[in-house]
Design a protein around this ligand. Structure first.
Ligand SMILES: NC(=O)c1ccc[n+]([C@@H]2O[C@H](COP(=O)([O-])OP(=O)(O)OC[C@H]3O[C@@H](n4cnc5c(N)ncnc54)[C@H](OP(=O)(O)O)[C@@H]3O)[C@@H](O)[C@H]2O)c1
Length: 344
């Protein structure tokens, strides 16, 4: 493996111990309390990888799952006794500091953003080059760092799986979180009419993001209006399968981004199966997926960020010392929009 020279020479240090960097990491499963602000060696890119100097990352519900090791079936791949993926942060925006063998799409100094398998809550990370795209100059690192996981989930749910068409009506359940705040804007950009569901304190924010109608689930019931939506993008799984199907018109599409978390062993799997069976018996279609760092979708998100069709809703920007509180908030299930992390 050869790492080509970095702007700051971190990856080409000739000898001695690798330079270290601050990170937020979890070496065992638990709540946000297990997170530590500690030091780790700066990684070196393998063939096909890029070393990124991180300007911004953000927190996702995904980080909560990896730190808590819940639902437990996740541990089959994430590490049975302790997490394999220890450094938080699946989003990255920053500058290429070095490239591994075979990487031709990027050069040192390029602005990039994308999804990584952890590592964003650090000053440097390595990630496969094909998880990154070029970041347009007009997009800030903070906006880009807020986008990858939540934006990819929203665009893949609406465009790839629901195949949302201009003029269609979409219901977004869980509109105030990371995925939901992108989904409202992307659905509008695709030409849909958007009804968004959130709690009272988030109604104004979601309306400002472009929702045509907002349902405050603490006082109103989105099920009460009967069949009127072509697509239900569900980030929560707060209703029964029959209730969800009752709001879809014939030929409607139900897209499960998530489901209820009460079952610590299997998480939303039981709910998703019940929803799939109910949909199979109806004239609606069922779509469940795990978002992936698709380069075409990341490129579309970059274009939408650049021309202002999406403007990430950022609740706050924190340093590495604010990650523990941010993750605890995500663990409540009521985080608001995005919490961006700037590691320096
Ligand atoms: N399939 C995939 O590939 C994929 C990818 C990313 C995320 N996910 C999953 O999708 C879910 C959402 O992710 P996220 O990043 O958006 O999470 P998040 O940022 O933590 O947001 C969760 C949101 O859910 C809302 N909420 C809670 N109870 C609700 C209810 N009864 N009705 C309506 N809204 C409710 C909260 O808003 P209020 O405070 O207003 O209640 C909160 O803003 C998570 O479970 C995550 O694990 C799946």
């Amino acid at each position: 493996m050869t790492a080509h020279p970095a702007t700051n020479d971190l990856s080409s240090a000739p000898s001695g111990p690798a330079p270290s960097m601050p990170v937020v990491a979890a070496s065992r499963y638990g709540t946000a309390e297990v997170l530590e602000l500690t030091e780790r060696p700066v990684p070196t890119p393998e063939a096909g990888e890029v070393l990124v100097e991180v300007a911004a990352s953000s927190l996702n519900a995904l980080d909560w799952h990896f730190v808590t090791g819940t639902p437990w079936f996740l541990r089959l791949t994430a590490g049975l006794r302790r997490p394999k993926r220890t450094i938080l942060g699946a989003d990255v925006a920053g500058t290429v500091a070095a490239v591994g063998d075979g990487v031709t799409r990027f050069r040192v100094g390029d602005r990039v953003f994308g999804e990584c398998e952890g590592g964003g809550c650090a000053t440097h990370l390595t990630t496969p080059a094909d998880h990154l795209v070029t970041l347009p100059d007009e997009v800030s690192f903070e906006a880009a760092g807020a986008t990858p996981v939540a934006g990819l989930t929203a665009i893949q749910g609406l465009r790839t799986h629901a195949e949302l068409q201009p003029g269609e009506r979409v219901l977004i359940n869980g509109a105030a979180g990371g995925v939901g705040t992108f989904a409202v804007q992307i659905a509008k950009a695709l030409g849909a009419t958007v009804t968004a569901v959130c709690s009272s304190g988030n109604v104004d924010m979601v309306r400002e993001l472009g929702a045509d109608e907002v349902v405050d689930y603490t006082t109103d019931d989105f099920v009460a209006g009967g069949p009127r939506f072509d697509v239900l993008l569900d980030n929560v799984g707060s209703r029964t399968p029959a209730e969800n199907l009752s709001v879809l018109v014939p030929g409607g599409r139900y897209v499960a981004v998530s489901g209820p978390k009460e079952n610590r062993l299997l998480g939303p799997i039981g709910y998703v199966l019940r929803m799939a069976i109910a949909t199979w018996r109806s004239d609606a279609s069922f779509h469940q997926f795990v978002a992936s760092p698709d380069v075409d979708d990341l490129t579309t998100l970059a274009e939408m960020l650049a021309d202002g069709r999406i403007v990430p809703a950022i609740d706050r920007v924190v340093g590495l010392d604010g990650v523990k509180d941010g993750l605890a908030e995500i663990g409540t299930g009521h985080a608001r929009a995005k919490i961006v992390v700037r590691p320096r």
